[in-house]
Design a protein around this ligand. Structure first.
Ligand code: NAP
Length: 270
């Protein structure tokens, strides 16, 4: 009896762009010729392919609901180096081959964070959540780690990043780059005010999967922060509290051999 391919229903997620549209027909033909079925809705797929860069990959995962029963694949345009994209338009058949040969497939599992706002589960994030002042005034937040009042923050805002998000916004705020095999999340400050009244740690800090970060936003003035989940911003009124913890869900992607996370970090930044 012939072994059935591991996964067969493939969905392409991409923005409407002339160059991508041209390439897409070719990718679909390659998929069909390799015994895959191209489906027209993400919910019918067990492989979801994002075409574009890291921003496109973030959108793909978000818009398709952080599916746990799917493999996500990032295809970069040309030979750009991207954090979430192991494949490009030239080596697409390698992806299909890998998926058809279960024994050869390597799957990465990227940690996610869960965010609740005012006690209501609001979103998962693959890169980060940021909480920022929308106006020229600073934002004030009491920061708790579990039940411990850790510090009172006053400044532009905070970024709470996953390990794979650590090379994004987090890196620009001098956060460390974290190996995604470590189940943790990182908090970095955006321009904190430090004086006799307000004192913050000043450096980023990393919390384990057992910890919860709790932000209580001072009311009366700046309680309308801009909250960004990855690359989407949500102006939410009357934000009193934000809670962040590591999710027990992950994003699964197909990994090319000899292309570790640190290979990509090196290619991207060094
Ligand atoms: P964007 O503002 O158009 O681009 C931000 C850049 O970050 C793009 O070059 C994007 O790559 C890259 N990027 C995204 N996720 C990354 C990751 N995990 N590691 C390394 N680079 C990454 O927005 P976008 O493309 O939609 O990406 C949204 C992300 O931008 C946010 O989640 C946040 O991490 C980042 N961001 C950074 C800053 C900052 O550094 N000051 C400010 C706001 C947001 P592609 O070109 O391949 O899409």
């Amino acid at each position: 009896m012939t072994k059935q391919p591991y996964r067969k229903h493939i969905f392409f997620y991409h923005k409407q762009d002339e160059t991508i549209n041209e390439q897409l027909e070719r990718l679909k033909d390659v998929a069909v010729n390799n015994d895959f079925t191209v489906v027209d809705e993400a919910k019918k797929a067990n492989i979801i392919v994002s075409i574009g860069g890291d921003g496109a990959f973030l959108q793909t995962v978000r818009k398709t609901g952080f599916r746990q029963d799917c493999l996500y694949v990032g295809i970069a345009l040309q030979h750009e180096i991207e954090l979430y994209c192991d494949f490009n338009l030239e080596n697409f058949s390698e992806l299909l081959y890998a998926v058809q040969h279960e024994e050869e497939i390597e799957v990465r599992r990227f940690p996610l964070i869960d965010v609740s706002i005012n006690g209501v589960a609001s979103s998962k994030c693959l890169n980060e959540i940021s909480v920022r002042s929308p106006i020229v005034k600073t934002i004030v937040m009491d920061i708790y780690i579990d039940d411990l009042h850790f510090e009172t923050f006053r400044g532009d805002g905070l970024v709470v990043a996953t390990p794979t998000g650590s090379t994004g916004y987090n890196k620009s705020t001098m956060g460390a780059i974290i190996d995604p095999k470590l189940p943790c999340f990182q908090v970095t400050e955006l321009a904190s005010l430090n004086n006799n009244k307000y004192r913050t740690l000043g450096s980023s800090f990393i919390l384990s999967s057992e910890k919860k970060l709790h932000l209580e936003i001072e009311q009366g003035g700046n309680d309308f922060p801009v909250i960004s989940f990855d690359n989407e911003a949500f102006p939410i009124r009357n934000v009193k509290e934000v809670t962040v913890g590591l999710s027990n869900q992950v994003v699964k992607t197909v990994k090319l051999k000899n292309n570790t996370y640190w290979d990509r970090v090196k290619r991207m930044f060094l």
